[in-house]
Design a protein around this ligand. Structure first.
Ligand SMILES: [Zn+2]
Length: 166
């Protein structure tokens, strides 16, 4: 199935630029320790896989999100153009907690330089995340609004519940 995705030229691994790496370190630092640790472990397994690492590398697109930005996303598909990407208003999403924040969104940087939200790649990464820590919840497992880029850990106060923003 992975042959659907082009691998890097000359079989080289996809690597982030120094600026991208810096941004990743900052976003990872926003996450609660359990989620950050699970991500680091899953990332390590991903780049340790001879096939997956040639396809692309996962990166965190967002961790903490301000309530203002959450409200902008909530407006999308309602009072603004676009598809509905969230059912949470500002302050209701796990992305709005912290930092430390118990949620993060993941995408992939592919060998050709493009960004992918491939459901196949995300489900593969989700397996690694859940393997790293059983407390990790993947938005792709939610029955109604599947939010495949989304990962979160259950926190004592918040209980279970979807975030859903895409
Ligand atoms: Zn999310």
């Amino acid at each position: 199935m992975l042959s659907l995705v082009k691998t890097g030229q000359r079989g080289q691994m996809v690597v982030l630029t120094p600026v991208q790496k810096q941004r990743q370190a900052k976003r990872l630092a926003e996450a609660v320790p359990t989620l950050a640790a699970a991500y680091s472990q899953a990332l390590g397994r991903w780049v340790g896989d001879p096939v997956l690492r040639l396809v692309g590398v996962p990166f965190i697109t967002e961790c903490y999100r301000s309530p203002e930005r959450q409200n902008e996303l909530y407006a999308q598909g309602r009072t603004k153009a676009g598809l509905v990407v969230t059912y949470k208003r500002g302050g209701q999403s796990k992305h709005n907690q912290g930092p430390p924040t118990p949620a993060m969104d993941v995408a992939f940087l592919l060998a050709d330089g493009s960004v992918s939200w491939s459901g196949l790649l995300l489900s593969k990464f989700a397996r690694l995340m859940k393997y790293a820590d059983a407390r990790v919840v993947w938005g792709g497992d939610w029955p109604s609004f599947k939010d495949r880029p989304h990962f979160e850990v259950l926190t004592d106060s918040s209980g279970k519940g979807g975030d859903g923003h895409g």
